[in-house]
Design a protein around this ligand. Structure first.
Ligand code: BG6
Length: 484
């Protein structure tokens, strides 16, 4: 049998995409609260959706109308979490990945004392999860840093943000030590170079264009140092806790077997993996330091950074996995979008409505690659497909495309386990419809549970079960043996 006894099955969410209640109970604004829904923009152009500058931030903060700022309302999980957890429990979840909104605890990131109402919300949430037998997997930073730190310091570019973040994490560990054992530090830490504002509060227009990449790597260095400090702190405060890193697994195949295509692909792969390398090995790979040199990138580090990185290595490796792409040195090769990337099209794969190339076997490939490299237990903490759903007159929602996507991916994950990969769990993205991270759409639906809300925020927010709900329930009940 592929899936080991005690394998965690569940789903994954991020606070900024579900909670709403953006200015309730003392919460401060986060970078997500200025993310704008742009109805007339091509959904395959993620960069256009994620554009930000000081003027747009100012405009957003002046706006009294939240219609175009959908992450401010999310799906109102803040008030409806009990109903949602009950549905997850009905599906048999044994794990739910959630994140803690930093700005509920420290509204600007720099307060002397944490906000008790924010802390209490997560105490209540984790307590309810435990009551239902759902193990929390908690991300400490998932695209929701305080806006105040972004505008004041240009986010993680400034080293002082390390102290703000580690203090926030420390407060969380002390408060939730009896409720949470599994933690992730940064969601998709590698995404900093693809969307620096969302990931690290960097306002790109403040940085000369030719310095942007270097600035991102500098901010990344601060995040890696912070992550290592946090891993160590968590281990000290919560004995037996497990802290993981989280990578966007952007697996890339060579478009052809031409050696130049292979070399370009290898470079991409090394770049994608190096973020996890630092988390796992506690040092930068030599090949990456050389790449920095070639690109004229100089990182400012402080004495002691190397020791900090070494002392805060992670216990497990996790990733999101949605799609793969290919690489080619041919400038005319046809391209297609993926998860905040533009890759070369693979003629053997189908694409989603958003252009992402669907590749179940790529998941098996990726898990084998990660396990062979790191020899640490793995978790897939995001995997799913964004699709448009239709509600039938009788209220039912038939989503065979989603079932097929999950069926094939879970099957390939099982084969990877059969081949020797050690895995702890799988949390699908997302078990309930939520606001898209990149396009801020509600209509890009991922859930087994439908939420009645459109892109502009109209709807009752009522929850209903799609066909995939019963299917995933059966998968969990049979520990992944019945995927029919
Ligand atoms: C991951 C993010 O990259 O992809 C999630 O961690 C995000 O926050 C998910 O929602 C899917 O992307 P999107 O843009 O379709 O929401």
């Amino acid at each position: 049998m592929s899936f080991p006894q005690g394998f965690f099955w569940g789903g994954a969410l991020a606070a900024n995409q579900v909670e709403g209640a953006w200015n309730v109970d003392g919460k401060g604004p986060s970078v997500a609260d200025v993310a704008t829904y742009k109805p007339n923009t091509d959904v395959k152009d993620y960069k256009a959706h994620m554009t930000i500058n000081d003027e747009l931030i100012e405009q957003a903060m002046q706006s009294k109308d939240d219609t175009f700022y959908p992450k401010r309302r999310g799906i109102d999980f803040y008030h409806r979490y009990k109903e949602d957890l009950a549905l997850f429990a009905e599906m048999g979840f044994t794990m739910l990945r959630v994140s803690i909104a930093w700005t509920r605890i420290f509204p600007t990131g720099e307060e002397a004392e944490p906000n008790e109402k924010g802390l209490q919300f997560y105490t209540d949430l984790f307590t309810e999860m435990r009551r239902l037998g759902i193990e929390p997997l908690v991300t400490l930073s998932h695209y929701e840093m305080p806006l105040a730190l972004a505008t004041k310091y240009n986010g993680w570019v400034d080293r002082r943000v390390i102290e703000c973040f580690t203090r926030f994490c420390h407060v969380c560990f002390v408060r939730y030590k009896d409720l949470v054992k599994y933690w992730l530090t940064f969601n998709e830490v590698d995404s900093i170079i693809r969307h620096p504002f969302t990931t690290a509060g960097i306002i790109p227009s403040r940085v000369p264009e030719d310095k942007l990449l270097e600035t991102c790597y500098q901010a990344l260095h601060h995040q890696l140092v912070a992550s290592a400090l946090v891993v160590k702190d968590c281990h000290e405060i919560i004995p037996g806790s497990k802290v993981g890193c989280m990578l966007t697994k952007l697996t890339t195949y060579a478009r052809t077997c031409a050696p130049d295509d292979e070399l370009a692909t290898q470079a991409k792969t090394l770049e994608n993996l190096f973020y996890a390398d630092v988390h796992v090995w506690g040092e930068y790979p030599r090949l990456i330091l050389k790449m920095f040199e070639r690109k004229g990138i100089t990182l400012h580090t402080e004495p002691g950074d190397a020791e900090i990185l070494k002392a805060g290595c992670v216990d497990f490796v996790s990733c999101s996995y949605y799609m793969t792409m290919t690489e080619s040195v041919d400038p005319n090769a046809e391209r297609t979008p993926g998860n905040t990337v533009l890759g070369v099209k693979n003629p053997y794969l189908a694409t989603s409505d958003w252009g992402w190339q669907i590749d179940p076997k790529g998941l098996r490939y990726s898990l084998i690659e990660l396990y062979d490299r790191y020899r640490l237990p793995l978790m897939v903490v995001e995997n799913g497909v964004g699709a448009k759903d239709t509600v039938e007159p009788d209220g039912s929602i038939h989503d065979p495309y989603r079932i097929e996507y999950f069926r094939q991916h879970i099957s390939e994950m099982g084969k990877a386990i059969d081949e020797g990969v050690e895995m702890w769990g799988y949390t699908s993205w997302a078990p309930i419809d939520l606001i898209s991270a990149s396009t801020n759409q509600m209509s890009k639906r991922y859930g087994f549970i439908y939420v009645d809300q459109d892109d502009m925020g109209n709807g009752t927010l009522a929850r209903s079960r799609k066909d995939s709900f019963a299917w995933y329930k059966k998968v969990i009940a049979t520990n992944g043996t019945d995927l029919t």
